[in-house]
Ligand binder design. Sequence first.
Ligand SMILES: [Zn+2]
Length: 278
Amino acid sequence: MKNGLVLRAGALALTMGSFWFGISQQPALTVEKIADDLHVIVGSGGNVAVLTTDEGVILVDDKFEKDVPEILAKVKAITPKPVRYIINTHHHGDHTGGNQKMFDSTPGLEIVQHKNAREKMVEGKMPGIPRVTFGNETAIHLGGKEVRAYYFGRGHTNGDITVYFPAHRVMHLGDMFNTAGPYIDAKGGGSGVEWTKSIYNALKLDAETVIPGHGPISKKADLAAWNAKFETMRNRMRALKKQGKSKDDALAAIQLEDLGWAPTYLRQRTLPPLFDEL
Ligand SMILES: [Zn+2]
């Protein structure tokens, strides 16, 4: 149990470290294979999915700017084909930070994201703003393969999407599924009330494997359990608010230890906006 807590704290430090600083000493990127043509580049920022086809590569997210050379080297070790498309799961810099450098180094590249995510990038004057956006659903067909992207509603931000690889029965949820626990970016349009409904929509997809924004490659059952824990946490917070507790008192009183997420992380990044929203 103690070891488990230490491990989780370590994972949390990595997640938060990569989000806030990104330039601290991170371990080198590593590649995990889901199928011959579908890999995940793990480490530094968000998990990057790599789908290879005869006509080029489709990436999901591109970590930080500093990671681009290593991402491209990892892709080159898998296939000689160029990157043709990048799908950003949402606007945060640990998932879109490589966009500009990717544009600069890859002729003809298109980057696609949800229209709300693009708005946030424009508002934040972030580099590497995509030219292509969508509303509820889109698909990329390349080299005889299909990748779909769905907007299932608000959660971590108001522009998170689920990327679906139907032939592999795999989905990439970005930070809608962070195994260290949910972070509600209220400024980014996030919602702790809508979030679990969005996950229920994602769970309807015919998928077996789930790539989280941060954390190990998981199963659909892990995502369902994660969502159930989120509901438990929200119900507890709602009950405390109904009792008339102030935000500080509710944050102090809420039971968190059984959820498997670091309480400090939840008290900083999840529970204050959740209390305000309830
Ligand atoms: Zn994020």
